[in-house]
Design a protein around this ligand. Sequence first.
Ligand code: MV4
Length: 447
Amino acid sequence: MFEKVLVANRGEIAVRVIKACQKLGVKTVAVYSDADREALHVQMADESYHIGPPPVAQSYLNMDKIVEVALGAGVQAIHPGYGLLAENATFARKCREKGLIFIGPKPEAMEAMGFKVKARQIMKEAGVPIVPGNVEGIRDLERARALAQDIGYPVMVKASAGGGGIGMQIARDERELEQAFKICEARAKAYFGDPSLYLEKYIEEPRHIEIQVLADNEGYTVHLNERECSVQRRHQKVIEEAPSTFVDPDMRRRMGAAAVRSAQAIGYNNAGTVEFLVDPDKNFYFLEMNTRIQVEHPVTEMITGVDLVEWQLRIASGELLTLQQEEIGIDGHAIESRIYAEDPDKKFMPSPGKITRWQVPQMEGFRADVGVYEGYTVSPYYDPLLAKFVTWGETRDEAIDRMVLALESTVVEGIKTNIPFHLKALKSRLFREGRTTTNFIDQLKEE
Ligand code: MV4
């Protein structure tokens, strides 16, 4: 195992990684911007180094500075957390060049999955189901028209280099296709510097269900079941759970096998997640692969008993996976509520400021991954995620009831949070009945 690891992140995930290091007896090095001098991850680490002003471009995304600090502090490896540099192949390469281990997959695997149309091509060849559509980037409208005819309307126009819902348009007929094509092309060029597009059949009322995988450096790969992440606002997940109420054992086996095949197709190692779009008839299609630890990883940990961050560290240090697929089961049900500093009365705009009271309950079947404390000031510079509440129950109903209890006994003052939204959602019939599609938030408003 490593002696010392640098955590190139902030907030609750930096804290989570530091805890995993502590469990393994690994010393930790934190980095921080001017805005994070008082941050929890800095207080928890064994050493900490200032890396620049508040904007991420000048601090948490400053690759050369972070590598320089890592070398100076004498660490063997860097954990990137999620977001920031987590899926940056250039950073992973810089680490490799300096003899530092990047705790994650190889840069080649990150690149293969980063370019979405390429990822579709690879998955198609590996026999993983993809959403019907094309697998080559297209540049002209004529070609798009012909393809849309073949696929059948409605279609989704997406950026080849895209992801996460950026530069994505629905077209219900040929006239809309022309519009969508132009809008997408402009956005793809602006966001990704690459105007090429691809088409997919539009899936109505889909669910977002993803499979967690772990792979060691020899390519031995297992899956750890699914997470249901359909409750999202503006492509940001809000509630996740495991297992999904929509997945039956046979479907789980097939999705798991497809996820393992996806990982093996690109020589994947470390923790990763394969996202699927699932239609109302339970057909599942590869959407994207996330080559990092994800925000919602705790729900998988709660139902499998596997510490994913610990395995990230073990795998990166060269240990082989000792988990057998047959022994990875599902124990009960877990739900995660993401607690954001957002104002529900102002369209869920970020609500930074000083937290004057912060009281989170301690109870059985409840885990809180927290990045803040009472007296801490939430900065406007970063993601407003304050904490993740995770509950476990023998049954889904029990997990829901526990979450309601936890949220109702939480006290936050000084800033606005989305806790009222969580309570409304969790108490709704729609959620209780497991009818969580990607249209959930709109349907909740109607209910
Ligand atoms: C789709 C889709 C319907 N049909 N693709 C949104 C984020 C990006 N990763 C993919 N997304 C979607 N792709 C086809 N062919 C609907 C969505 C979508 C969505 C997907 C997952 C979770 C929430 C969503 C919210 C709106 C749209």
